[in-house]
Design a protein around this ligand. Structure first.
Ligand code: PLP
Length: 445
């Protein structure tokens, strides 16, 4: 398949790039391309402006191509392109870790750099196992996730994840994990604003599972405090508090996967602070550096770090894990510049301040054609559509395409439209997103 590159006029082939999480044949038959971005907008190669209702992929929280971040990366690329992180270092990686630790909850000031959310999931699971081993409890190896959870696509994240389609081809990986049920409860909680009232009791299943496996075998629970990829599932009131209490009672580590919720998405640095429920580890990526260069991190409680590090003799590598690109200079330059920008523009507070405007606008879609539920928290929105009989997911895919044609980028997962704009969004842009969706849904079969 070939098409003209509108930017250069030369022909490009679409065959070679096997695109991730994409219906390759459907997409390549009518590709939707982006060529430029700034602030709240993308531009297509033919110059059409598209309002970004998704911050890229839940990640460009400060808006696109922000000057201080661009310049920091440019400077670093020209100064030192790469430095090995094994038994070597460079100042920016330490500065970046300090900047991340500065917004993390108290007592969680140790940062392990990865390159993605998926690598953060696997890294956090390995840290949990290493921690229990260091403390003399090596039998603690079972990891408990949650149905509809998404922790990326590496082995640990695939095992602990709870999206059946992502798991079904890999049964050999699925030992040593179990799952609690998802919190979604359409019958009782449809059209809740913010945290739904019903469902704290779903956390009790964790107590049962830990008893079933015996606490002496359970290493960690990993969940997204607000599930994003599986369709914006906001935790019921009191639910996370219960999970925290059950984990603490049984010596099980609680890992929050904050790859989406980290860095202001919920109007606080992390969901942990928004909900005032502090886990033992926080996985992050994406907005850590405004997604300008791939980077992830696991933020670890000091005592967990200390237990692992102090279990080894000085001079010996304490944790045999890491990546060639852990703490990459360009990515770290972007972290330092991004965190400074977030602080200077008070973007996390801004997200919290815009939340009520966002919530009202989203919920004005109640009664719009096909809409069976609306969920929101921080600057996140989920609009669930009635699936088309016999064609699940088709309606939301078509809504995504029609919105794009109308100049607004929205995401979809199954029949749920997911929204997560940059935190710099203005009121008129909120209205434009919502009115575009309304118009598209009205015309959609
Ligand atoms: C909660 C969560 N964890 C992990 C990941 C995986 O991140 P990555 O695609 O950077 O590997 C994602 C990606 O969307 C995510 O939403």
């Amino acid at each position: 398949m070939k098409m003209e590159n509108p930017l250069t006029g030369s022909m490009i082939s679409l065959d070679e790039w096997w695109m991730p999480f994409t219906a390759n044949r459907h997409y390549k038959a009518a590709p939707r391309l982006l060529a430029k971005a700034e602030g709240m907008y993308y531009w297509t190669p033919d110059g059409r402006q598209v309002l970004d209702g998704t911050a890229g992929l839940w990640c460009v929280n400060a808006g696109h191509c922000r000057k201080p971040i661009v310049e920091a990366i440019q400077r670093q690329a020209a100064t030192m392109d790469y430095a090995a992180p094994f038994n070597m270092g460079h100042p920016l990686a330490f500065e970046a870790a300090t900047a991340v630790a500065a917004v993390a909850p108290a007592g969680m000031q140790r940062v392990f750099f990865t390159n993605s959310g998926s690598e953060s999931a696997d890294t956090s699971i390995k840290i949990a196992l290493a921690y229990h081993r260091a403390r003399g409890e090596p039998s603690r190896r079972i990891v408990i996730g949650r149905e509809r959870g998404y922790h990326g696509v590496n082995i640990g994240g695939t095992m602990a994840g709870g999206i059946p389609g992502n798991r079904k081809h890999f049964p050999a990986l699925m030992s040593g994990v179990d799952h609690i049920r998802a919190t979604h409860d359409l019958a009782r909680n449809a059209f809740s604003r913010g945290q739904p009232a019903h469902g704290a009791e779903f956390a009790d299943e964790l107590e049962r599972l830990i008893a079933f496996h015996d606490a002496s075998n359970v290493a960690a629970v990993i969940i997204e405090p607000m599930a994003g990829s599986a369709g914006v599932l906001v935790p019921p009131q009191g639910y996370l508090e219960k999970l925290r209490a059950i984990c603490s009672k049984h010596g099980v580590l609680l890992i929050f996967d904050e790859v989406i919720t980290g860095f202001g998405r919920l109007g606080a640095p992390f969901a942990a602070q928004r909900f005032n429920v502090i886990p033992d580890m926080i996985n992050c990526a994406k907005a850590i550096n405004n997604a300008a260069v791939p980077l992830g991190a696991v933020i670890v409680k000091n005592e967990i770090h200390d237990a692992i590090v102090e279990a080894a003799p000085v001079g010996q590598i304490e944790f045999l894990h890491g990546y060639t690109y852990s703490g990459h200079p360009l990515a770290c330059a972007a972290v330092v510049a991004t965190q400074k920008l977030y602080a200077e523009e008070k973007l996390f507070d801004r997200a919290r301040a815009v939340e009520s405007v966002w919530e009202d606008a989203l919920h004005s879609l109640k009664g719009a054609r096909h809409v069976i539920d609306i969920r929101n928290l921080g600057l996140v929105g989920g609009i669930e559509l009635e699936p088309r009989p016999g064609a699940p997911g088709k309606r939301a895919l078509e809504a995504h395409i029609k919105c794009f044609e109308a100049g607004v980028l929205v995401r979809f997962t199954a029949d749920i439209i997911a929204l997560s704009p940059p935190l710099i969004i203005e009121k008129d842009q909120v209205e434009r997103i919502v009115e575009t969706i309304r118009t598209v849904l009205t015309a959609l079969d």
